[in-house]
Design a protein around this ligand. Sequence first.
Ligand code: MG
Length: 337
Amino acid sequence: MAMAPGVFNHMPRAAAHLAPFDRPGPPRPRPGAAPILRPCDSPPQRDFAAAAFSCSLGGGHIPSDGARLPAMTDPSDDTSLAEHGAEPRDLPQPPPLRISPQTSLFLDFDGTLVDIADRPDAVVVARQLPGLIEALSQRLDGRLALVSGRSLDALETLLGPLGVAMAGSHGGEFRPAAGGEVYPLADPLPGSIVEDLTGFALANGGLLVEPKPFSVAVHYRHHPHARDNLLARAEDLAAMHGLKMKHGKQVIELVMPGSDKGSAVARFMDLPQFSGTAPLFVGDDVTDEDAFRAVIRFGGNGILVGAMRPTAATWRLAGVAAVHDWLAAALEEKTKA
Ligand SMILES: [Mg+2]
């Protein structure tokens, strides 16, 4: 189907290919594994198995609930932190990633594994990245999943067919096993919403519209003047259709209910290979905060990537290169052992 100018077609996966799937219930803490809650003022731990249970809520930088996180923060805007009070205390670097039966790992994609580009299809995937992800997943016996706002098709277009578990479209698409069946965790987005935003985009300088199976994103990176009007239009559409609105790095996204990264993490943690582990989630954007809060509920920790901001994460890595180094070091340690 021909797309209107400015529309970035992410080739939505045909609903007919998606098998029915029970919707996830509310996240459940691991039985008998409530984390010990202590402030995170102590120096970085030597390994995650210890750190995950010794450093959790109470560190001051961790909001007690979602309401304290700014719902409409764009971390790429210099004004974001100023709008929400004093600059938060910085977080320590994470301890080395340890390959152990207690470790499970969730990785965001954009801004975490690849640097954000002008257009979603212009990101540069480091040559070693797919192999690095697959090697880590194998060492973790499948306890690794990519959890991205992109569709699964878009992820595999960029990474190639990857033998790891994945959740795409902010959790709307759920693939529990490498190369396995894909299940929808949300209803498809009505096409009328994409049409509405495409019309808005064309009338406001040609913003980039990115339809996905369970959401639609509108990028205003090259049209910052359109930000406020876009926010207003998206808020109206969200209210009219019962959608969630996410405000990422110079992008507004409307998503179907049930499509968030925290739900995806909870769903993975129900699977046998993830159950009982202390999950780590590595992500850069405000859309990752749902996942940071989810891993805390399962006795794990979040790792923020990029500049410091209000977050539920426990640790911070400076950027994509630091993430690659941190992941690769885990394989080297295992090789040495
Ligand atoms: Mg990201």
